[in-house]
Design a protein around this ligand. Sequence first.
Ligand code: TGC
Ligand code: FAD
Length: 394
Amino acid sequence: MPEPSRDRVAPLDLLAVDSLLTEEQLAIQDTVRRFCADRVRPHLADWFEAGELPARELARELGGLGVLGMHLEGYGCAGTDAVSYGLACLELEAADSGIRSLVSVQGSLAMYALHAYGSEEHKQQWLPAMAAGEAIGCFGLTEPDFGSDPGGMRTAARRDGSDWVLRGTKMWITNGSVADLAVVWARTEDGVRGFVVPTGTPGFAANPVGRKLSLRASVTSELVLDDVRLPADAVLPGARGLGGPLGCLNEARFGIVFGALGAARDSLESAISYTGDRVVFDKPLSAYQLTQAKLADMAVDLGTGMLLALHLGRLKDDGTLRPEQVSVGKLNNVRTALRIARECRTLLGANGITLEYPVMRHAANLESVLTYEGTSEVHALVVGQALTGESAFR
Ligand code: TGC
Ligand code: FAD
């Protein structure tokens, strides 16, 4: 066995994670990392403080980069493997969870819904423009009174001749007020169905949600559907029942398994750098055992979370990944990331509460990530159900 390294190693190099990746995966990761360094990171503190995101401009740039719907085949999408998509999410979320959200909702929720369940016309009409970032999509499942239990939704679609008429309210919808189309899930006489709603349709309104303390560099909206009339072909032919939207969630949750670790890695790198420079009681903060114990615990958690993400990515690439395995990944890696971001904040002292450093911004964002795409409690119950065969949701 080689001698232990006496050089400083980056947190993910500790376990030689790169050695598990192909040249192509490393190249994709590096491209996204460099894009974020040049085009995103310099603006993040301002966007977060202002509670604004230039989503349209950014979507076009992300489209040019090729990350929108990158794991989908055809229709202008790159068709990469799942691990590459996960690594892109990791780099985007190392910048900010809001940027990864924009990409997740576009690619894994709105585009995936069209790709998996849409008609050929839906795909031809929307997917190339969405992959290029020329059209933005959102995904309306949650309602003011139904988040964890989307099966209770009140938004309804009724037939009027051959048309559909949608009525209801969706809440907490990422990209809502900048979207060109909304994939809206509604109850019908045949159970839950998905509808493609161009946002210029009369009766559709999107109202921004303000005063957020988390995901501030992300557009979050309420969608109001006030008798929105749609043609017969607006319904997604391939999705019937709650399994339709839940199938899309598997995709987006998978991206979060990797993405959350990006926020954690960035926090840890920031804390390692800060503690090396900060002198307390006459020596660097990084030279104290208490500090090293914190850093070591965080690096162990980050590294094991990364190995879990890669394992799940490989299962997905093999076509065998199961929803309860995605729940294990989302539950573990988001909890881990939040714990790391909070612990890093302690190491930065008072500086840690400012936007001069990314750490508290990541911690604040991860509070949303813990809640959306299934709360940690929902994922614990999914895993519990898999272990016991008993559903404890109701
Ligand atoms: P249940 O009776 O268990 O299932 C209903 C039907 O759905 C099927 N199913 C799934 N299919 C695919 N993937 C999954 N993960 C699935 N889970 C269940 C199931 O087989 C059944 O099919 P069928 O044919 O028999 O009808 O449903 P339930 O009502 O008991 O609810 C189960 C529960 C609680 C797990 C589910 O409702 C749930 O996951 N709740 C959490 C909701 C959630 O995650 N919402 C996220 C909204 S989107 C979002 O947050 C975007 S954030 C922005 C960003 O990502 O950046
Ligand atoms: P609730 O379901 O009311 O849950 C409240 C608490 O009760 C949680 O702790 C929960 O875990 C717990 N709980 C619920 N059920 C049980 C149970 N059976 N047993 C024990 N505890 C339980 N939704 C979309 O459709 N599209 C989007 O683009 C989107 N983007 C979002 C962006 C942001 C920034 C946020 C914060 C949310 C977004 N959401 C979106 C909504 C998100 O998916 C929901 O917030 C989430 O599913 C939880 O629903 P809820 O907020 O109604 O909480």
